[in-house]
Design a protein around this ligand. Sequence first.
Ligand code: HEC
Ligand code: HEC
Ligand code: HEC
Ligand code: HEC
Length: 166
Amino acid sequence: MKMVLLIISVLSIGFGLPASAAQHDEYPVASPPFSEGIFPCSNCHAGLSLNTKKRALKDEHASIKLHHAEKERWCLDCHHARNRDKLKLADGEIINFTESYRLCGQCHGNIYRDWRAGIHGKRVGSFKGGKRTYFLCVHCHNPHDPKFKPLKPEPPPNKPDPKHGR
Ligand code: HEC
Ligand code: HEC
Ligand code: HEC
Ligand code: HEC
């Protein structure tokens, strides 16, 4: 009897988690790099009527200029139309912003594989030392305009003030 109970409890430890939670734990990530105050998006979007037309935005997000295969797509290919606090995969699955790497992985499969293996991007910690944390793709790439720009040359550094620190 004791043995049976033991087996049952071991099984429930292994299989008690919902699949989504298990997936989430597999790639613990740093918080999404949102601008302050923008999330939850539903603060505004719950009260807005839905406009699915591709257009230049004027009333809000005017600074977002899509430059990422933009001829073929629109915001709502990535953002869920009716629940703006979520992202949407091509097959219709709804995911959290903490899983945005899955969105990117749909089209950038090789990089996604490298990222999971810790080759592309950066990961803090290891199996031995503490909890591993992955940086999301969007910590390094702007999802709306992801290509790295050539760096502008910086002005020469100022001469240190000779009086400083005396
Ligand atoms: C390729 C997929 C993709 C497309 C297309 C896309 N977005 Fe995003 N967007 C994202 C992801 C992923 C994030 C989350 C970034 C993060 O985790 O902070 C995001 C973040 C945002 C944010 C929050 C920005 C902030 O300052 O924190 C806004 C607002 C937004 N998107 C609006 C738009 C609008 C408007 C469009 C169309 C003009 C658009 N998005 C098109 C993927 C996309
Ligand atoms: C301060 C209010 C506000 C917040 C917060 C906000 N939005 Fe919006 N959003 C708007 C308005 C207003 C529009 C319509 C702008 C226009 O038509 O010119 C819009 C448009 C959009 C669009 C274009 C498609 C559409 O529905 O018109 C996307 C995509 C979008 N928002 C995503 C987001 C995401 C993602 C967040 C959170 C990360 C967010 N928004 C947060 C007010 C907001
Ligand atoms: C629907 C397919 C699709 C999705 C989803 C997608 N991308 Fe892309 N991405 C492309 C295509 C196509 C290009 C090349 C064309 C362009 O840059 O406009 C590209 C270009 C890029 C580049 C520039 C590559 C270079 O040559 O410098 C980066 C970086 C990138 N994507 C990152 C991301 C990230 C991060 C996400 C998730 C937020 C993402 N992509 C989601 C299709 C996609
Ligand atoms: C820690 C920062 C970081 C993270 C996280 C990261 N990248 Fe990158 N990525 C880079 C850098 C740096 C480059 C090289 C840019 C260059 O050389 O122009 C790059 C290049 C790319 C390119 C162009 C590669 C090529 O072969 O032309 C794509 C596409 C890309 N990343 C997508 C992604 C996706 C998708 C994710 C998440 C699964 C991701 N990145 C996560 C920093 C990062």
